[in-house]
Write a protein that binds this ligand. Structure first.
Ligand SMILES: C[S@@+](CC[C@H](N)C(=O)[O-])C[C@H]1O[C@@H](n2cnc3c(N)ncnc32)[C@H](O)[C@@H]1O
Length: 286
């Protein structure tokens, strides 16, 4: 088979590197927010940590499982705000692991879903450092169960795609890697991550790809947290009046027929816009 350099990360660290004695890193999925959605394995890893490097979306209650005296470092990254660079996070992980400490890299949701977990595993393998991964409940799955919207459904959704709404450098998405037209078969659900600021662009791309403007959209903000908010709209609304959803991050947008199933406590787009109370809500939508 022809060598594809893009796949090198899969084998990185499996060749010549001698293991670094005692060093261990665990990439732990902290789930969507509700600490009851942590796995037992995640809790044990957090309890065993000497150092915890945690992301922005990790709920503070999750950090309470850590032992007293553990070194906690917030390495949050947020679109559009001053934040940690991935290269600096890499340096920090290596520095602590090489000091022989048990490092927990705590990430919102699941480490391998839009979480840069693949890069961190490759880094650690190539440095000869033992790495384990503990899965977490990813936001789309949490949003679906919280609202009782099934991501797949025998009659309404036979496939589901997890999609990033953020383009390179947190700019507008370029849906060049995905055939939105092919997914427009009335049997497909899109679960869009990082799509709050780019909701308008997503709506326009879907319309351009032939999706019906009445296709249901359900936006779920802060899934699984006490402040969870659900807003119902359509693809046409996304394209024409994304501000009316008055969304703040983090939110998942479910798009497709399942998103039209009844949901308790949902706001329609008019009500959502009316209740757009606080001026601190981010209202820059593309
Ligand atoms: C960088 S991605 C990380 C995804 C994470 N690894 C996961 O598996 O859920 C951040 C995005 O995840 C989504 N997200 C994370 N937590 C969420 C929550 N509690 N409710 C809704 N969306 C959430 C949002 O779309 C947010 O912009």
């Amino acid at each position: 088979m022809k060598h594809d350099p893009r796949m090198d990360f899969l084998t990185a660290g499996l060749e010549a590197h001698l293991p670094v004695d005692g060093a261990r890193v665990v990439l732990v999925g902290a789930g969507p927010g509700d600490p009851e959605l942590l796995t037992i394995k995640a809790v044990r890893a957090i309890e065993s940590a000497d150092v915890i490097l945690y992301d922005d979306l990790v709920d503070r209650q999750v950090l309470e499982y850590a032992r007293a005296g553990v070194t906690m470092i917030h390495v949050g990254k947020r679109g559009g705000q001053v934040s940690w660079k991935q290269a600096d996070i890499h340096k920090l992980i290596l520095e602590h692991a090489r000091g022989g400490q048990t490092v927990v890299r705590l990430k919102g949701g699941d480490p391998f879903v839009f979480g840069r977990g693949g890069e961190e595993v490759a880094l650690l393998r190539s440095a000869g450092i033992k790495v384990d991964v503990v899965p977490g409940i990813t936001a789309a799955v949490a949003a679906a169960s919280s609202t009782q919207i099934p991501l797949t459904h025998r009659d309404l959704s036979r496939t589901v795609t997890f999609l990033s709404g953020a383009g390179p450098g947190h700019g507008l998405p370029e849906f060049t890697h995905i055939d939105l037209r092919a997914l427009n078969d009335g049997q497909h659900t899109l679960a869009v991550y990082m799509g709050v600021k780019t909701a308008g662009a997503l709506g326009r791309e879907l319309l351009a790809a032939g999706w019906d403007e009445s296709t249901p959209v359900l936006a779920i903000e802060n899934a699984s947290r006490d402040c969870e908010r659900r807003v119902r709209a359509t693809v046409g609304d996304l394209a024409r009046r994304p501000k009316s959803l008055a969304l703040t991050a983090p939110a998942i947008l479910l798009v497709g027929r399942v998103a039209g199933l009844p949901v308790e406590g949902q706001l329609d787009i008019v009500e959502a816009a009316r209740r757009t109370a606080s001026p601190e809500r981010e209202l820059e939508y593309a």
